[in-house]
Structures are given as structure tokens and as C-alpha cells.
Design a protein around this ligand. Structure first.
Ligand code: PEP
Ligand code: MN
Length: 340
């Protein structure tokens, strides 16, 4: 950390900064410029709150030299994390995992029919919410425990891996018992109590980027899970709030190579929530794979027109089958393979 002083900072201002650094147990080093002086904090491991310095008299700005996260940083662990899943599947290596399914578990008939369609199209993992974080309290909230039990039954029949969301600490235990991967949704990305609990869950975690979260925020949230002892975190770009109404969100495809450079954790893309429109999902999915995504979340429904949530962005099963074909072609071009 560098504390840059104003050009009119007095000797007393400078001494105050140095004294504070030393009182915190660190060493200071002055860097004299032609107009201004900067004081470096030597050996700062990220624990100093920059606000301690930024409001002191004579201080112009506080500049970070190190990144605020450690365990998720590629700088400290150059090799990519590979998350192992049941059935010999893995995320973060050469395989691309396409996870598909309806937004919500709605009924036994709906989830079985959709799961069979996903499997018939070549899918290996099913995602559906039993607990749904809905913007409106009047919208369908999910079937809860009954939905989880239906997912367990679907896995027994189809062998598909199950990805499903936990919304709160109490629900996380229930979800962890059944899910192969626990999803933490965009609205919960900074629910730190939930992240800590997920860090002790013993199951891989799929952490979606919040709709107004920077990549720094996303990586710090992942850091919470890792610091509690769970290294198996998969990040997910799902679109951020934009100003244009043409799509539900602004799909930040840049996030994929950016995260890959900053972190060793795998990153998925969710073109369904990123676009909000069925017609746009395949293009965004192809772009994500081309950009290096380790997997996709695709909403698929046997009868999207009757879906209780996110029908407008859900693909018909035959569209999903076609998309998988396209993705296989793109994966090959970028040296990857779609899990089948
Ligand atoms: C979902 O995955 O169905 C969902 C609600 O997504 P997000 O948390 O990204 O909004
Ligand atoms: Mn959804």
C-alpha cells in the first residue's frame, strides 16, 4: 500500500502517517518525488484498512499495490483449480460442463420430462431451483424440500448431476445433502454468512456474480468460501445491470478472460440470465465458450410458455440439442471438449 501525500503536506502530516504505520506493526519507506512524497507500507498483508489513512491531513490518496484476495489469486497458485464431480466429471480442465434445466422445479411431470429431454440432447448435468430468490414476493418461490426430493428422484432415474440453489443458511444444509453442486445466486453473492456456511458444506459451490458486483467483489466473495476450507468454487458470469433495455442484463464476456487471468478458479457463463431472451441465448453461449468459459448454465424447459419462472429465456429441448452441437464445434476450435 502506498500513501501518497499532497504537495502541500507538512512535516507533521508526514510524521503522523509514519507513526500510524509503525503503530500498526509495519515499516514505512518514503519515496520522494519531484512534487510529492509517497510513503510505502512494507509487509502489509491486506489487513490494514485504507480508511485509517485516507482522511488524515496531508494525505491525497491511498494506492493498493497488492490485490485484496489471496487464496483465489492465480498470482499465489498459478495452476488452474480442477473441481472434481461425481461420475468422473470435472470442471476447470479441458472438459466444458454444460448444465441445463428449468429455472424452477415446478412439478414431478415437468422436472422429469425436462430432465429426460436434457439427457436425450446429450446433457450430463441438470440445474433447477427448489428454492427460488425472486425479485417479487408475489412470484413463484419454488417447491422447497419437495423440490429437492424430486431432484433426488430425477438423479436416481437419469444419473444427471444435480445443481441447485441454496438461499439461506438453514436451507444450505438441506441443499448440501442432495446437490452435487450448491448454487449461490446473484442476489446472495455478498451474503457473507451464507458464503461461510458454504465453505464448510463439503460440496462444490457455484457462485454467481452479483448484478452490480465488480470482479474484485466476486473474487472476494469466493475468498470467503475458500478461507472456510472449501477449495471447490466455480464462478459464474450471469450478466450485470446495464442501461440498455434490449436484453435483461449486459453480458460481460470480458469477465471470462479477466477472471482467468486473476484467479485459478473455473468460471461458467449463464447466457440465459445474461440475455433474458430465448433468441439471444445461443449467440451468447457460443461467445462464452469461445472466450474460454469452463461451463455453461442454460435454461431449458419442455414447455417454456407455461413455465412458472423465466420461460421467456428458456430454450425448447430441440434448440438446446442444436446449441450443444454448435458448442462442441467451438470447443474443439479452442482446444476443449464438451462433457458427454
Ligand atoms: C437462477 O439461476 O435461476 C437465478 C435466479 O439466477 P441469478 O441468481 O443469476 O439471478
Ligand atoms: Mn432463472
Amino acid at each position: 500500500m502506498l500513501i501518497v501525500l499532497r504537495s502541500d503536506a507538512s512535516a507533521a502530516d508526514r510524521a503522523r502517517v509514519v507513526a500510524l504505520i509503525e503503530s500498526l506493526g509495519f515499516q514505512s519507506q518514503s519515496i520522494e518525488g519531484a512534487q510529492r512524497t509517497a510513503i510505502a507500507v512494507v509487509g502489509n498483508d491486506g489487513r490494514i484498512d485504507p480508511a485509517r489513512f485516507s482522511a488524515l491531513p496531508g494525505v491525497d490518496e491511498v494506492v493498493h499495490i497488492s490485490r485484496p484476495y489471496r487464496m483465489v489469486a492465480r498470482e499465489w497458485r498459478p495452476e488452474s483449480t480442477i473441481v472434481r464431480l461425481p461420475g468422473g466429471r470435472s470442471v476447470g480442465g479441458t472438459e466444458i460442463l454444460v448444465v441445463a434445466g428449468p429455472c424452477s422445479v415446478e412439478s414431478e411431470a415437468q422436472i422429469f420430462a425436462t430432465a429426460r429431454a436434457v439427457k436425450a440432447a446429450g446433457g450430463v448435468a441438470l440445474r433447477a431451483g427448489a428454492f427460488k430468490p425472486r425479485t417479487s414476493p408475489y412470484a413463484f418461490q419454488g417447491l422447497g424440500q419437495a423440490g429437492l426430493e424430486l431432484l433426488a428422484a430425477v438423479r436416481r432415474e437419469t444419473g444427471l448431476l444435480i445443481v441447485t440453489e441454496a438461499m439461506d443458511e438453514a436451507g444450505l444444509e438441506q441443499v448440501a445433502e442432495l446437490a452435487d453442486v450448491i448454487q449461490i445466486g446473484a442476489r446472495n453473492m455478498q451474503n457473507f454468512a451464507l458464503l461461510k456456511r458454504a465453505g464448510r458444506a463439503g460440496k462444490p459451490v457455484l457462485l454467481k456474480r452479483g448484478m452490480a458486483a465488480s470482479l474484485n467483489d466476486l473474487l472476494l466473495s469466493a475468498e470467503y468460501v475458500l478461507t472456510e476450507g472449501n477449495p471447490d468454487v466455480i464462478l459464474c458470469e450471469r450478466g450485470i445491470r446495464g442501461f440498455d433495455g434490449a436484453a435483461r442484463n449486459l453480458f460481460d464476456v470480458n469477465a471470462i478472460p479477466a477472471v482467468k487471468a486473476l484467479s485459478h478458479l473455473p468460471i461458467f457463463a449463464d447466457p440465459s440470465h445474461a440475455t433474458g431472451k430465448r433468441a439471444m441465448v445461443p449467440a451468447a453461449a457460443r461467445a462464452a465458450v469461445a472466450a474460454g468459459a469452463d461451463g455453461l448454465l442454460i435454461e431449458v424447459h419442455v414447455n417454456p410458455d407455461a413455465a412458472l419462472s423465466d420461460g421467456a429465456q428458456s430454450l425448447y429441448p430441440e434448440q438446446f440439442a442444436l446449441l450443444l452441437e454448435e458448442i462442441r464445434g467451438i470447443a474443439a476450435v479452442v482446444g476443449r471438449r464438451v462433457a458427454t
